[in-house]
Every structure is written in structure tokens, then in C-alpha cells.
Design a protein around this ligand. Structure first.
Ligand code: GDP
Length: 364
């Protein structure tokens, strides 16, 4: 499964959030949250469409998709220079697919703030700077490695060098690598570096309970600061989320949520935003044995999507039968969809769409 790393300064609420995620009562009983390692947890992706399919098909079981969250504690100023366990944590970040940056937007005099006062923009920049310094190091190393080759007239090395210089300049100016403007194909030149600040990011503004709906001045400062990043800012209160996560009964949970003026938990919003951030979409298989959600990357063709179920499905792919969820809802059964011409036969070039209900035909 794809992984999101939870980062942020100490005492901003990362562990509280991670623990809330870990204790969240999974919506489908056969996929309880499990902790793989002390700091890695698997969480199911809430998806109302699964419930719709469940009610139509009445299967023996329902299997949702999952993503993994990694609690990357301990980033501090100086991490890029090995301060604290800096290098270890930065190595953890290198392995994740996307970053969830938690930022303290709550005031609480009992909880020490590492920099003295609550200042979301300052906090964000401390973390960004550490990641940028590390990236700068990676870029400079590669520049040193290919400079000679480029001078000797090698065209590719010359081009790569130009691109690397652009990243170097951006990073030195305090930009994240993801904000450096280059052509899409130019990203090849830095792919092997697995830059930290090129990974997609979303921000969690951890607020106090009074600010869950209204937000507060800290949230405004953060939003203003990231407005050009095209990144999502999820406002939640980690302390309350850990309480919400304890409810097993959906009724009780929704009563609790409505007391705070919420119609959905912040964790659900976060999980769904993370899924989107990873550029993932879901297709379904629906049979009496099992109704199941499968995760693929946006843009995948039918055979590659089939390969998520089994590599044989991809290798022996013949065709796919595709039903749109809206048709399934309208006609109620697969047979009725068929009678009404609502099953499309698609070939190898078909790009699977979010929400497709798929049935693969393949040679063994
Ligand atoms: P981490 O160092 O980023 O993992 O931070 P923790 O999750 O350990 O939280 C640090 C402290 O802040 C703990 O005492 C938490 O109880 C407290 N805390 C976390 N989230 C909230 C919140 O939403 N509101 C308030 N008032 N305190 C919080």
C-alpha cells in the first residue's frame, strides 16, 4: 500500500493524530486497523459507494481499500545536519509517497512550544528548511558527479546539469522542489534523488476544540502562506479526533460529531484527502462472495488495473466488462444492466475511471 508520512515539529499533535488513526474503529469489520510497526498503521479508506454496492449485491463480505500512515516523529531544527536523530527521520521521509505536515494552530500554555510561541508559518518554514537543505545536498552531490561529463560534451549530462542547477537555485531561494518550474519530462533528471520536497504534501492545521468549525487566526496565517502551493489544508482538532475514533456505534458517533457541528470526522476528511493526494482512484468488483474496492493510480489502463487483483489477470488480459455505478444503482443487478445494454466491453486501451465496476476476462 502507498504510504503517507506524518511530519511536523515536536508537540504539534502528530502522535495524537496517529493514535487517533490507529484506534479508529474500521468501518468494515474484516479490515480492522492494524499497526505493522510501532509507527506504521494501515487505515481503511471510507467510501460510501461500497455501502451502496453492499446493499445491492448483499455479498458475504466487503473489502475496502487501505492506505498506510507513518508517524515520523522527531524532526527538529538542524535535522539536516544530523541534529537529534535527524538523518534517520529524513530517511523515513524519503520512503513515503506523500507528506502530511501537521502544524500547531492551538494555543495551550501547558504545552511547550519548541520555538516559544504558536506561529504556524514559522513552524512550517523550520520543517521546510530542513527538508530543503537535505534536498540541496542531494542535488549538489549529483551536480558534482555529472559536471565533468557535461564539460566533456555529453549532451544528456549537459541538459541534466541545467535542470539540476534550476533545482539548486530554487532550493537556495527557500523553495520546495515541487515549486520549481520545469517541464514534466525534466523531472527525470532528479527522479533518482527521491527529493523530499518534491513529494506531494497536505497540511493539517491542528486547532483547539473551539476552532474546529470557525478556524482561527493561526489557520488564516497558514492558509495565506500556502495559498500558492495548491495544497489542501485540513482543519481538525487531534484531541477531539481521538475521542471520535473511539466510537464503534455509528449513531453515537454522529451524535457526538453533531455536537461539534461536524458531519464527518476530520480523520475521514484526512484519509480521503490523502488518497486524492496520492493520485489514487478506486474501482470495484462486485460478486456475491465479495464486494471489493481496489486502488489504482489515475490513468491506469484496464490490464494494469487488473494486475492489482492478480498478475495473471494482467498477463492474460482479454477484455473488461465495465458497469457505471449509477447504472448499477438504477438497474439493481448485473443481469438487468446487461439486458439494458449497460455493460461496456472494453479492451487493453481502456483507462479505468474512478467508481467503475469491473469484471475482467483473461486467459490462463
Ligand atoms: P507530537 O510531538 O507532535 O507527536 O505531539 P503530541 O501528539 O504528543 O502532542 C503534544 C501535546 O499536545 C500533548 O500533550 C497532546 O495532548 C497535546 N495536543 C495534541 N493535540 C491537541 C489539540 O488538538 N488540542 C490541545 N489543546 N492539545 C493537543
Amino acid at each position: 500500500a502507498l504510504q503517507c508520512g506524518i511530519v511536523g515539529l515536536p508537540n504539534v499533535g502528530k502522535s495524537t493524530l496517529f493514535n487517533a488513526l490507529s484506534s479508529a474503529k474500521a468501518e468494515a469489520a474484516n479490515f480492522p486497523f492494524c499497526t505493522i510497526e510501532p509507527n506504521v498503521g494501515v487505515v481503511t479508506v471510507p467510501d460510501k459507494r461500497l455501502q451502496i454496492l453492499e446493499s445491492l449485491v448483499n455479498p458475504n463480505r466487503v473489502v475496502p481499500t487501505v492506505i498506510e500512515f507513518v508517524d515520523i516523529a522527531g524532526l527538529v531544527k538542524g535535522a539536516s545536519k544530523g541534529e537529534g536523530l535527524g538523518n534517520k527521520f529524513l530517511a523515513n521521509i524519503r520512503e513515503v509517497d506523500a507528506i502530511i505536515h501537521v502544524i500547531r494552530c492551538f494555543q495551550d500554555d501547558n504545552i511547550v512550544h519548541v520555538a516559544g510561541s504558536v506561529d504556524p508559518v514559522f513552524d512550517k518554514e523550520v520543517i521546510d528548511t530542513e527538508l530543503q537543505l537535505k534536498d540541496l545536498e542531494s542535488v549538489e552531490k549529483k551536480i558534482a558527479r555529472i559536471e565533468k561529463i557535461a564539460k566533456s560534451g555529453d549532451a544528456k549530462a549537459k541538459k541534466d546539469l541545467e535542470i539540476l542547477q534550476a533545482f539548486k537555485k530554487g532550493l537556495e531561494e527557500g523553495k520546495n522542489a515541487r515549486a520549481v518550474q520545469v517541464e514534466k519530462e525534466d523531472l527525470e533528471a532528479v527522479r533518482d534523488l527521491h527529493l523530499l520536497t518534491i513529494k506531494p504534501v497536505l497540511y493539517v492545521a491542528n486547532v483547539d476544540e473551539a476552532s474546529i468549525i470557525s478556524g482561527n487566526q493561526f489557520v488564516e496565517q497558514l492558509k495565506e502562506n500556502v495559498k500558492d502551493e495548491n495544497a489542501e489544508v485540513i482543519v481538525l482538532c487531534a484531541a477531539i479526533e481521538s475521542q471520535i475514533a473511539e466510537f464503534e456505534d455509528p449513531e453515537e458517533k454522529s451524535v457526538f460529531l453533531s455536537e461539534y457541528g461536524l458531519d464527518e470526522s476530520g480523520l475521514n476528511r484526512l484519509i480521503n484527502a490523502a488518497y486524492k493526494l496520492l493520485d489514487l482512484i478506486t474501482y470495484f468488483t462486485a460478486g456475491v462472495q465479495e464486494v471489493r474496492a481496489w486502488t489504482i493510480k489515475r490513468g491506469w489502463k484496464a490490464p494494469q488495473a487488473a494486475g492489482v487483483i492478480h498478475t495473471d489477470f494482467e498477463r492474460g488480459f482479454i477484455k473488461a466488462e465495465v458497469i457505471k455505478l449509477s447504472d448499477y444503482e438504477k438497474y439493481k443487478t448485473e443481469a438487468a444492466c446487461r439486458e439494458n445494454g449497460k455493460i461496456a466491453i472494453e479492451g487493453k486501451q481502456y483507462e479505468v475511471q474512478d467508481g467503475d465496476i469491473m469484471h475482467f476476462r483473461f486467459n490462463v
